[in-house]
Design a binder for this molecule. Structure first.
Ligand code: MN
Length: 211
């Protein structure tokens, strides 16, 4: 049986935790709901890391162009190593020269569940992930509704990362006229731009109403 610690072996091997402030991981989710996050990551190439909680870790895909709300658009999503659940809150800068060096923004977050309304949602998600037809419903701050990740190649071969496609399903949350990547340029948690995160500026708090 694969334990949670085993699943994070690749994640830990790639990182020097004396140099990066990213979490080493191993904690549990604080919620009974499954976590969802997208982190905008200005590494050597800008990309959007989509992470979905499954069996104690965050299953992770690097989406170079980010999500599209247009159901006719298929976005390449490269499966990368499982990440710890604590990673969802990570926003900051990974030192240059370290793995993934660059600025990380929490671009969207929330919860998600299975698109299959019957039975155990986690079992349906596990099976969808296994067969490479992973249907899910996002309840994020910015992205919502029904989506699918479809595996196209590269599964089971450790030398290659799996290649998937991220596609929005047709529903009320589909919107071919809105590009969320262009629309949302600040952090969903701190309100900061990528530049402000890189400069270490403090989070912007919404002004409290007076009176
Ligand atoms: Mn990344």
């Amino acid at each position: 049986m694969t334990t949670r610690a085993d699943k994070l072996t690749t994640y830990r091997r790639k990182r020097d935790f004396t140099r990066t402030r990213e979490p080493a991981g191993g904690g549990r989710s604080k919620s009974s709901k499954l976590a969802y996050v997208i982190q905008k990551h200005a590494a050597s190439r800008l990309h959007y890391d989509l992470r979905l909680e499954l069996d104690g870790v965050m299953k992770s895909w690097a989406v170079p162009k980010g999500p599209s709300l247009d159901p006719s658009v298929k976005r390449l999503a490269i499966h990368v190593e499982d990440h710890p659940i604590e990673y969802n809150r990570f926003e900051g800068t990974i030192p240059a020269g370290e793995y993934g060096g660059g600025t990380v923004m929490v671009w969207d977050y929330g919860t998600y569940t299975s698109a299959n309304g019957e039975g155990d949602p986690e079992q349906a998600l596990r099976e969808g992930y296994r067969i490479g037809d992973f249907k899910f419903v996002l309840r994020g701050k910015r992205l919502r509704g029904s989506w699918v990740l479809v595996r196209t190649k590269g599964w089971g071969d450790r030398s290659r990362q799996g290649q998937w496609l991220l596609i929005k399903h047709r529903d009320d949350d589909a919107d071919p006229d809105t590009d969320p990547v262009a629309e949302y340029l600040t952090s969903a948690t701190s309100g900061r731009t990528m530049e402000e995160i890189a400069e270490g500026k403090p989070a912007k708090r919404p002004r409290k109403p007076r009176g």
